[in-house]
Design a protein around this ligand. Structure first.
Ligand SMILES: CC(=O)N[C@H]1[C@@H](OP(=O)(O)OP(=O)(O)OC[C@H]2O[C@@H](n3ccc(=O)[nH]c3=O)[C@H](O)[C@@H]2O)O[C@H](CO)[C@H](O)[C@@H]1O
Ligand SMILES: [Mn+2]
Length: 347
């Protein structure tokens, strides 16, 4: 803001006017500064913190009992609903979709040894994922023989899509987004209205209905939900395209489940694959791999619907209890176990 006058030799009157102008500028700057600070504060503030009774906001104190019945965030500060499957709002959303005809795609990557998870994934999805709706499972695989021979209802279909990639974890975390964008551009966009992408090392254990449908849908990471911003594992390396500035961000989202309208998922996958490629050209890959780029994208393009940790849960000392576990991650569950417990849990 420029508040300077150029007059050469000010008269007494001019001096008073100048002084008033200066004071007015000062007051205006103060108001702007206050409003900007308030806006930043509001943006970073969850509408309701599950642990707001604890000493420091967001961090449960040792021995704190979290009240299971009341502590759920239902809407974000930018008015995006947070989905808890048994809420009346979810019931209302399911009612809204009951009269609509639409098709939903579900993409999973199944390469190398991850084929061991596919049967359990599909069988559980058939039981619980959008029951009664029209579904195409896009199975991105290097082994067409891994596709289970299952008889599905008429409007639900398993669609193998061949990918010629090395089944190496680090490699896949760099190419999944571009393979996804390519598949949407090539086939998927013509076939379905909504699209979800999931890790295959998961299992549906309770109903996941049309309450999850939205334009851009992201899932709250169960280990960070309710914790303050500074604890989130956002990318810290400044040169990375996934970099998140201190104080930036709203929530930490998991890469195990995201989706929305096909066009939105395409935009997300295309942008993330571009970020990953740019980082790769410098020989860098973000700290949390794909998840870091996803989180960067979702800060710039806030999701219109957030799924609560009911939709991505695993048992670890850090996860928040949820009323109903709907989707559990078998892989991340194993990763969170102590070595001595891995065998008993068949990891
Ligand atoms: C791919 C990826 O970046 N995953 C994220 C996730 O890892 P996760 O431990 O959840 O990754 P993961 O091992 O489940 O791999 C992700 C998915 O890729 C597919 N897959 C992977 C490897 C393979 O050999 N074959 C195959 O098909 C499969 O669908 C699998 O579910 O969590 C990490 C932190 O805990 C990181 O934040 C990662 O960003
Ligand atoms: Mn996983």
């Amino acid at each position: 803001m420029v508040c300077v006058s150029n007059s050469a030799s000010p008269t007494g009157m001019e001096r008073i006017t100048k002084r008033r102008l200066f004071l007015a500028c000062l007051a205006l700057s103060g108001v702007i500064y206050f409003l900007r600070g308030r806006k930043a504060e509001l943006r970073n503030m969850p509408a309701f913190s599950p642990h707001s009774d604890s000493g420091v906001e967001g961090i449960p104190r040792e021995g704190d009992q979290v009240d299971e019945t009341i502590h759920f965030l239902n809407v974000t500060s930018w008015y995006a609903p947070v989905v808890w499957g048994d809420s009346t709002e979810s019931e209302r959303r399911r009612g809204e979709f009951a009269y609509r005809t639409f098709r939903t795609g579900l993409v999973v990557f199944v390469l190398g040894r991850y084929s061991q998870y596919l049967l359990r994934f599909v069988v559980s999805a058939e039981r619980y994922f959008l029951p009664g709706e029209s579904i195409v499972y896009y199975i991105m695989t290097d082994n067409l023989r891994s596709i289970p021979d299952l008889e599905l209802p008429e409007d639900r279909e398993l669609r193998p899509m061949r990918v010629a990639e090395m089944p190496q974890w680090n490699h896949l975390s760099k190419v999944r987004m571009s393979l996804l964008a390519e598949a949407i551009r090539g086939t998927i966009a013509k076939e379905v209205e909504y699209l979800f992408c999931m890790d295959v090392d998961q299992e549906f254990i309770n109903p996941v209905g049309t309450e999850i449908l939205g334009d851009l849908v992201a899932t709250l990471h169960p280990e960070y939900f309710g914790l303050p911003l500074y604890t989130f594992p956002y990318e810290k390396v400044k040169l990375s395209r996934a970099f998140v500035e201190e104080g930036e961000g709203d929530f930490y989202y998991t890469s195990e489940l995201y989706g929305g309208l096909c066009a939105e998922v395409y935009a997300l996958a295309e942008a993330c694959s571009r970020f990953i490629l740019q980082d790769s050209e410098m020989g860098y890959h973000a700290m949390q791999y794909e998840e870091s780029y996803l989180n960067r994208y979702l800060i710039n393009h806030r999701p219109t619907l957030l799924l609560s940790p009911e939709y991505s849960w695993w048992d670890s000392p850090r996860t928040l209890d949820v009323p109903i576990q709907r989707i559990v991650s078998l892989g991340r569950q194993c990763a969170s176990l102590e070595p001595q417990n891995k065998e008993t849990r068949k990891c």
